[in-house]
Design a protein around this ligand. Sequence first.
Ligand code: PEP
Ligand code: MN
Length: 262
Amino acid sequence: IHSRENNAPYTVINVGDIKIGGGNFTVISGPCSIETREQMNLIAKSVKKSGAKILRGGAFKPRTSPYSFQGLGEEALLFLIETKERCNIPVITEIMNQTQLNLFDKVDIIQVGARNMQNFDLLKAVGKTNKPVLLKRGMANTIEELLMSAEYIMSEGNKNVILCERGIRTFEKASRNTLDLSAVAILKEKTHLPVFVDPSHASGINFLVAPLSKAAIAVGADGLMIETHNNPQAALCDGEQSLDLNEFEELMKDVKKRVEFE
Ligand code: PEP
Ligand code: MN
């Protein structure tokens, strides 16, 4: 169902009055993890002013170590929805398992993370909803496997799938992951689904986020998902790769010069 064969037109996904894919360019931004109500309010206002159309923030965090901050869970979802309503901006957050689905009513886009890309029960469950799903490529999964995971969602009836390249594991250790830029161009060739790039998790390093964002635009991405924080040094998760609010504003000025921006 994902294939561009037979001249299938590029999918356009509506999120409120925002259109994702089909020649539109969309930036999602916000913190790795939701920490406080005040933080979300501050970040949302700032990234929206800079041009982000969708606010991100993790409530349930899939951390490598069980001793790391796991996210504020349901309380974080409350802060996220409050911020959505106060700042009038759609929101995206990650789901970890299908029992959480009932908490996602007011969430605009459901994120399925890299570590859950082949959690087939979860894929089927989000496929039974009609909410847009941002599906991240697993760090050790092929493009074909990513497309088959999209197929798990779409074959249940939900055609609103956004693919996201977020870097894969290679032998290289200088960056957290290696951004597979070819994957973006290959996906645009093979599928009509919108393709996003997450330069934050791909790089793991603050200074790499801007150049990788520009590279993503150059290879044809439909959008970016960028981690931002009002005080990256104090972030509870992924501070090293987060842009501060001024850095994000500067990057967005550059992005706007390179793409057709609503
Ligand atoms: C995230 O976006 O916060 C995240 C955990 O990303 P990934 O699933 O790509 O590691
Ligand atoms: Mn993160």
